[in-house]
Ligand binder design. Structure first.
Ligand SMILES: Cc1ncc(COP(=O)(O)O)c(C=O)c1O
Length: 389
């Protein structure tokens, strides 16, 4: 959080107080006493003791092992490709995903946008689901940074366009038409509620793109959640695509970092694009080291999935809300039958001590992660009971 001189004394006095969310929430949270809602996301200023934060799986704090790995990391200048910790991380991820090479990037967004730019030429079209993160949540970066024209397809409730849709969206380059330069797919699918695409359906669509002669990039920010949900090797997905982006700072719990993987030739070009986008970093082993530890957390994603199922089961017993059947760590709550907007629901939930994210006018996303356990899930259900009562 950026603190101006004006805010600093107030924050310090707030930090000194030991408060319970129910008594003091209005002063520091939500609608009354100064809104903290920015760009559709409720932000926490500062952390409130006892608050259960289910806004995202990005809110986790690094483990002690991650903090000490950061402190002791062997480092070098990574723009000169001299950082051994970054190189080790890149090689680990490349081999985990079955690719020749990989590139460490600060964020999932940058990794996706580097992929779009590296795969395409200006003016080309890219084909993607209309609810995909690359299209919907990355500030139109494909248009801004790569000069490509998105052609969206309706991938339906699972966010996966069919081979037929790809074929009809495909544009052959000629004197008048720009040509399709890239297909992007997403797994798990965030906006569709953490949908974990099955390997056979996923590879069918990826193969259809490749049959059209178009490269495929996979936004696999939560690919490991999909693999765990289907008890599948992540390579059953990645062998069907040309590049993949995975995030270390979501369910895996690293404080920062994502990795883009692909062929050696692709990563060589992607490295230049990363520099162009301002992502060439120096002694960055210090943040790659926690990322290496995060890779040990893949199997424990099953716990987040179990917690999400428990949460959905508990919430379904409450009046006025309907809930999806979570396939991974994302629970979508429809607030319409309670006569509440998502905003009103979230404001009341915050007062009761639970944070979530607005995903639509009457849709709320609750995301489980490694900083919440089964006890927190039960407490969440009890607190939300008071929201809809
Ligand atoms: C599917 C998907 N892709 C990409 C991103 C972007 O990741 P980052 O927030 O690290 O830029 C997100 C973030 O939530 C995501 O859900």
């Amino acid at each position: 959080m950026f603190l101006t001189r004006r805010h600093r004394p107030r924050l310090q006095s707030v930090l000194k107080q030991e408060v319970t969310p129910s008594r003091n929430i209005h002063r520091r949270w939500g609608g009354r006493g100064g809104s903290r809602r920015r760009h559709g996301v409720y932000t926490l200023h500062p952390r409130i003791p006892g608050m259960i934060d289910l806004r995202s799986d990005t809110v986790t704090t690094p483990s002690e092992a991650m903090r000490s790995a950061a402190g002791g990391a062997e480092v070098g200048d990574d723009v000169y490709e001299e950082d051994p910790t970054v190189e080790a991380l890149e090689q680990e991820v490349a081999s985990l995903l079955g690719f020749e090479d990989a590139l460490f990037v600060p964020t999932g967004t940058m990794g996706n946008q580097i992929a779009v730019r590296t795969h395409t030429d200006r003016g080309e079209e890219i084909l993607l689901d209309r609810e995909s993160h690359i299209y919907k949540w990355e500030l139109g970066g494909a248009a801004q940074l790569s000069g490509v024209q998105p052609r969206t397809l309706d991938g339906g409730p699972r966010g996966l366009p069919s081979p037929t849709q790809l074929a009809s969206g495909f544009v052959e380059e000629d004197l008048h038409r720009p040509g399709t330069g890239l297909v992007t797919l997403e797994n798990t699918h965030n906006s569709r509620g953490g949908i974990a695409l099955a390997p056979d359906r996923f590879t069918e669509t990826a193969a259809a793109a490749q049959n059209l002669g178009v490269p495929v990039h996979l936004d696999g920010a939560r690919l490991f959640n999909a693999a765990v949900a289907h008890n599948a090797d992540p390579q059953t997905y990645t062998e069907a695509v040309d590049s993949v982006l995975v995030c270390l700072s979501k369910g895996l719990g690293a404080p920062v970092g994502s990795v883009l993987a692909g062929s050696q030739a692709f990563i060589k070009r992607a490295r230049r694009t990363r520099k162009l986008f301002g992502g060439g970093m120096r002694q960055v082993g210090i943040i790659a080291a926690p990322g290496r530890i995060a890779l040990e957390n893949i199997d424990r994603l099953a716990t987040d999935h179990e917690n999400a199922r428990e949460l959905a089961t508990g919430l379904r017993t409450l009046p006025g809300i309907s809930v999806n059947e979570p396939e991974t760590n994302i629970v979508l709550v429809d607030t319409s039958d309670a006569g509440l907007s998502a905003e009103a629901f979230l404001s009341r939930a915050a007062e009761a001590g639970v944070l979530g994210t607005e995903f639509g006018p009457q849709t709320v996303r609750l995301c489980t992660h490694r900083d919440v356990d089964a006890g927190d899930i039960q407490t969440t259900i009890d607190r939300i009971k008071t929201v809809v009562a």
